[in-house]
Design a protein around this ligand. Structure first.
Ligand code: F6R
Length: 243
């Protein structure tokens, strides 16, 4: 994989916005893979600015989010349906009807994963997938031990991820859902270009394991070593454990 070390999150955001903005100009029906969490924030802000400044037509851009909580009302402010709408769709001005988030409704969960993978395939696959990384090397909600060939499916959230995400639920762990639906590592690997962002010392071990460690399901992001076009954009703190 290619590793770019940047000084600031804004610099990382600008690189993402440049790649995506130019790709949309070349292909107005570009398919974006979208992540939630704190990491992509500056990237979405930079993309929104570039789209506005250059008057880029994003009306036909399609999108697929990585994951969603299971059994959480999509209208809940912390559902990934809501987060993607608030942090990406609205600021960038995307057409909400073309943006997909996995369906976390309990009734349809047994087949929602296969339905989602079929929808991605029908759209022609994801062109540019943005990723964050967990301190344990997870991508999407694929925790350590997830098959590197996994499709989109339901998963149980680890205690650690629920504790990490409690900050979005008034710090109340009991409010954090216990299950989720996530694009699989195999699904993510089908995207044509992966851009993984990581900032801060807390991500340094996970970045080193992903870039320089063995390819193993114990560190799901290590699968990116097998991808023909994967770009890590990390700040100096997140790069600090690289050889
Ligand atoms: C987001 C996602 C997660 C996060 C990861 C890092 O859709 O699936 O893999 O990217 O947990 O989270 P932050 O960016 O909040 O540190």
């Amino acid at each position: 994989a290619e590793v770019l070390i940047v000084k600031t999150q804004e610099e990382a955001g600008a690189i993402y916005a440049q790649a995506v903005g130019e790709a949309i100009k070349a292909n107005p029906k570009l398919v974006l893979g979208l992540a939630t969490g704190s990491t992509p924030h500056t990237a979405y802000q930079a993309l929104a600015k570039k789209v506005k400044d250059e008057g880029i037509d994003v009306s036909q851009v399609r999108g697929f989010a990585l994951d969603e909580y299971a059994g959480l009302d999509p209208e809940h402010p912390e559902s990934y349906h809501s987060v993607i709408r608030r942090e990406v769709v609205e600021p960038v001005g995307l057409n909400p009807e073309l943006i997909n988030v996995p369906n976390g409704a309990l009734e349809t969960l047994p087949h929602a994963g296969a339905d989602y993978d079929a929808a991605i395939e029908a759209a022609g696959g994801v062109d540019i997938q943005i990723l964050g990384i967990g301190t344990d090397g997870h991508i999407g909600f694929n925790e350590p031990g997830s098959s590197l060939a996994s499709p989109t499916r339901m998963k149980t959230l680890t205690e650690q991820t629920r504790i990490d995400n409690a900050r979005f639920f008034d710090g109340d762990l009991s409010q954090v859902p216990t299950h989720c639906i996530t694009q699989g590592v195999g699904t993510i690997m089908k995207a044509r270009h992966l851009i993984l962002l990581a900032f801060g010392e807390g991500k340094a071990d996970a970045v080193a394991a992903s870039v320089e460690g063995p390819v193993t399901s114990i560190c799901p992001a290590s699968a990116l070593q097998m991808h023909p076009h994967a770009t890590f954009i990390v700040d100096e703190a997140a790069a600090s454990k690289l050889q």
